[in-house]
Design a protein around this ligand. Structure first.
Ligand code: NAD
Ligand code: IPM
Ligand code: MN
Length: 348
């Protein structure tokens, strides 16, 4: 029995996590797996009512779960950053989820905007550093609201933090069945302090993984290559901010934000699974959001908990739904969020 903490969050978060939980229940009904779900009411409503984001008590409770399943946070009624930093980043940092695993995989070639692209051409994984970089939260503002205002935001790169995510990426690459190339994506030609550290850490550990081909790409060229030659990538390791940006691009290559999944991994602790997309206030409350990214997050959770066969069954069901065009409006279908979740659940 796995104990899963569910944080539905804001906007479309609750709509899509409902479908992910539905699919996990269907999986439990047709396998030996069993899940116990507990909801945590965190997000804009809770914050506006109580002023609380995530308390230490809640974090202590979450530490007892096998995994956390999150929808999204962010709400137009709250200043940008309050919920995102105060809930999402706080959880990633507090649970030391230093790896953000974001597969870019084309499940059905009719949904990519790239022409002449076969399914197997888009199948790589971005390993995004998840606890440091520009997200560390250091910086400040001088002379605010004057013509002389100066704002800084510091990019923190520790040798330990960078090396551990690079090692994780090498080990992840080694375990892949497909070709074994690891690309480090940085901006070493400009960030000559921060990304020199990345370069040295990468070059120092690479010889220990002699079966992995080491590769490098500057981030601007990376975005070009992702569109022109996505088949060139197997695993990409990159800093927090670049990982955020290139995975939204990757999401579109896969068929849209409604299909992109993210696992915040602590290999020795509690991991958290979520869609890459946000709370999408523009479509919230209409039962039209695409639940597939959230269902893929549930699938990744099952995989990381050690059940590859069951995880593969969820992926097969999603592929079938895509093939049958049983999808929501963002992908050209006419199903509601709940109907799309029902269709996938019924295939399990
Ligand atoms: P977004 O990902 O919420 O939405 C971007 C666009 O994609 C919107 O047009 C939206 O309608 C569409 N979209 C997203 N998910 C979809 C889905 N499942 N089905 C169909 N369409 C979908 O990004 P944004 O608009 O930049 O951000 C909205 C809020 O979400 C902000 O407050 C932001 O900070 C927050 N956010 C949270 C997370 C998270 O919790 N992990 C991630 C990204 C953004
Ligand atoms: C994501 C989101 C978050 C990030 C925000 C909401 C803090 O964009 O998960 O990609 O930048 O990591
Ligand atoms: Mn993002």
């Amino acid at each position: 029995m796995y104990k899963i903490a569910v944080i539905p969050g804001d906007g479309i978060g609750p709509e899509v996590t409902t479908e992910g939980v539905k699919v996990l229940k269907a999986l439990a009904d047709s396998s030996d797996l069993d899940f116990k779900f507990e909801d945590f009411n965190l997000g804009a409503d809770h914050y506006l009512e109580t002023g609380e984001l995530v308390t230490d008590e809640v974090k202590e409770e979450l530490a007892d779960f096998d995994a956390i399943y999150l929808g999204a946070v962010g709400d137009p009624r709250v200043e940008p950053g309050v919920l995102e930093k105060g809930i999402l980043l706080d959880l990633r940092f507090s649970f030391d989820q230093y790896v953000n695993l974001r597969p870019i995989k084309l499940l059905d070639e009719k949904f990519t905007p790239l022409k002449d692209t076969q399914g197997e051409d888009i199948n790589f994984v971005v390993v995004r550093e998840n606890t440091e970089g520009l997200y560390a939260g250091f910086g400040g503002v001088l002379k605010k609201d004057t013509p002389d205002e100066v704002a800084t935001q510091e990019m923190v790169n520790t040798r330990k933090g960078v090396e551990r995510v690079i090692r994780y990426a090498f080990e992840y690459t080694q375990q892949r069945d497909e070709a074994k190339k690891l690309t480090v994506c940085d901006k070493r030609n400009v960030l000559t302090y921060a990304h020199s550290l990345w370069q040295r850490a990468f070059d120092d550990v690479a010889p220990e993984y002699s079966d992995v081909e080491p590769d490098h790409m500057l981030v601007d060229a990376m975005t070009m290559k992702m569109v022109r030659n996505p088949e060139d990538f197997d695993v990409v390791v990159t800093c927090n901010m670049f990982g955020d940006i290139i995975t939204d691009l990757g999401a579109e290559l896969q068929g849209g934000m409604g299909l992109a999944v993210s696992g915040n991994i602590n290999p020795d602790g509690v991991s958290m699974f979520e869609p890459v997309h946000g709370s999408a206030p523009d479509i919230a409350g209409q039962n039209i959001a695409n639940p597939i990214a959230a269902i893929l997050a549930a699938q990744m959770m099952v995989e990381v908990l050690g059940h590859s066969e069951e995880a593969a069954r969820i992926e097969d069901a999603i592929k079938q739904a895509l093939e049958d065009n049983k999808v929501t409006a963002d992908m050209g279908g006419d199903l509601s969020t709940a109907e799309a979740g029902d269709y996938i659940s019924n295939l399990l």
